[in-house]
Design a binder for this molecule. Structure first.
Ligand code: NAD
Length: 458
């Protein structure tokens, strides 16, 4: 079988089934232009063409958004509302998300390039689960005021969702959403003296900047959800077909652009050859194309910078002596499509085994025994997630305990739920999102001491 795909050009881009209605900043319940009047283009990764021009916030807009949030918290109705009333607003929002799920999914696919079937069947239902779960938790949390910066690469779906939240009855200023670039919007938020808490999701390099800005301003607490280089370990007793299939989706899901991507696949030497052959076949069968087309499994990468970075790492893989089993080139001639790529015989010191590529590049290495693979899996600055494939409960237990990561998936991968805490060890971040632990990031412990009159029990 050929190592390369028949590089059929991607068809003409399908017209997305959605209209773009929200491109401005949401401040104090109103969609408004930025102070400077500037906009920035958000691009279609299928073609590199402009989808829409979005209001570009800068420091002055951050000040306006933070003031609105502060006022909503200090003087507005939200913090004084009963848990029951807050919960009703969030549940109404969930109903609106359900009603507009196809629209939200189409915007996300258009901006991000992920297959529409995945956006509509995975992302939106998961988002709905999260809000429904936390709507039930408003009895213990205030879900404070918020100033949110969208990613400059994918602002559109968040803007529509924030409109739906206003429609559900969220008081003005409780949520403010501003779009723009990291140094001109993200940095002023991180260093703002009037922001009480920061939750950041992004790369480890940016996480360091944000933490430093928080420390140098008002020491606001920061939770960080950062990058990963997650090991997926296939033991000799594993169900190989299941492991191959799961390792494939663990890496290639969302074009490989997942913080938790299983990007270091360690396979026991006894099943290694079989695994590599089957992983290669699966990658060659993966359907790449317009993410709006039914049956497409992989769309384009998010932007030209990411596309170039991935191709650069593929070349590192080839030049450092890994074996290219599948892919290795761009797909088609337009947009940011990359062939699903598989390397075998990957050594731990190669750049493709060390760095987060954030693209459709699977790296397969061989191991001989459990202790060896534990050491190798942990020999990284990251610690976000791991996968373990084995039928032996003792192996599963030992690996789960020994791997220095925030989530271990046993005989499965990328299973998320609102109730399962998620976050990283080491340079993959700090703090946990989701579940009851996620709420603790937003709570303070306060001791109140008062003399008791006639305490009968003393
Ligand atoms: P990124 O770090 O380039 O950007 C993330 C955000 O940071 C953007 O909104 C950007 O505007 C902002 N930013 C950039 N420079 C800034 C600065 N100087 N000051 C303040 N803010 C700044 O990351 P990305 O490319 O958008 O996302 C990919 C990364 O995110 C990967 O490393 C991935 O693993 C990670 N990620 C982690 C999780 C998780 O839960 N751990 C989830 C998703 C993505």
């Amino acid at each position: 079988m050929s190592r390369y795909f028949t590089a059929a050009a991607v068809d003409e881009a399908i017209t997305p089934p959605v209209r773009i209605n929200y491109t401005k900043l949401l401040i104090n319940g109103q969609f408004i232009d930025s102070t400077s009047g500037k906009t920035f283009p958000t691009l279609d990764p299928r073609t590199g063409e402009v989808i829409a021009n979005v209001a570009e916030a800068e420091a002055e807009d951050v000040n306006r958004a933070v003031s609105a949030a502060r006022k909503a918290f200090d003087e507005g109705p939200w913090p004084k509302m009963s848990a029951h009333d807050r919960s009703k607003i969030l549940l109404k929002f969930v109903d609106l998300l359900e009603k507009h799920s196809e629209e939200l999914a189409a915007l996300e696919t258009w901006d991000n390039g992920k297959p529409y079937e995945r956006s509509v069947n995975d992302d939106i239902p998961l988002m709905i689960r999260f809000f429904r779960y936390y709507a039930g938790c408003t009895c213990i949390s205030l879900w404070q005021h918020s100033c949110t910066e969208t990613s400059e690469q994918t602002p559109l779906s968040a803007l529509l969702a924030s409109k739906l939240l206003q429609e559900a009855g969220l008081p003005p200023g409780v949520l403010n959403v501003i779009s723009g670039y990291g140094p001109t919007v993200g940095a002023p938020i991180a260093s703002h003296m009037n922001v009480d808490k920061l939750a950041f999701t992004g790369s480890t390099d940016t996480g360091k900047i944000v933490l430093e800005l928080a420390a140098k301003s008002n020491l606001k607490p920061v939770t960080l959800e950062l990058g990963g280089k997650s090991p997926l370990i296939v033991c000799e007793d594993a169900d190989v077909d299941k492991a191959v299939e799961t390792a494939h989706s663990a890496l290639f899901y969302n074009q490989g652009q997942c913080c938790s991507a299983g990007s270091r696949t360690f396979v026991h030497e006894r099943v290694y050859s079989e695994f590599v052959e089957k992983a290669r076949e699966l990658a060659l069968k993966r359907v790449v194309g317009d993410p709006f087309k039914k049956g497409v499994q992989q769309g384009p990468q998010i932007d030209s910078e990411q596309f170039e970075k991935i191709l650069k790492y593929i070349n590192f893989g080839i030049n450092s002596g890994a074996t290219l089993e599948a892919g290795g080139e761009r797909f088609g001639s337009k947009g940011y499509y990359v062939q699903p790529t598989v390397f075998s015989s990957v050594e731990d010191d190669m750049p493709i085994a060390r760095d987060e590529i954030f693209g459709p590049v699977q790296s397969i290495s061989k191991f001989r025994n459990i202790n060896e693979v534990i050491g190798r899996a942990n020999a990284t600055n990251f610690g976000l997630a791991a996968g373990v494939f084995t039928k032996d409960l003792d192996n599963a237990n030992m690996l789960s305990r020994a791997l220095r990561v925030g989530t271990v998936w046993v005989n499965c991968y990328n299973v998320f739920d609102a109730s399962i805490p998620f976050g990283g060890y080491k340079m993959s971040g700090n703090g946990r999102e989701k579940g009851i632990y996620g709420l603790s990031n937003y709570l303070q412990v306060k001791s109140v001491v008062t003399p008791l009159k006639n305490p009968a029990w003393l």
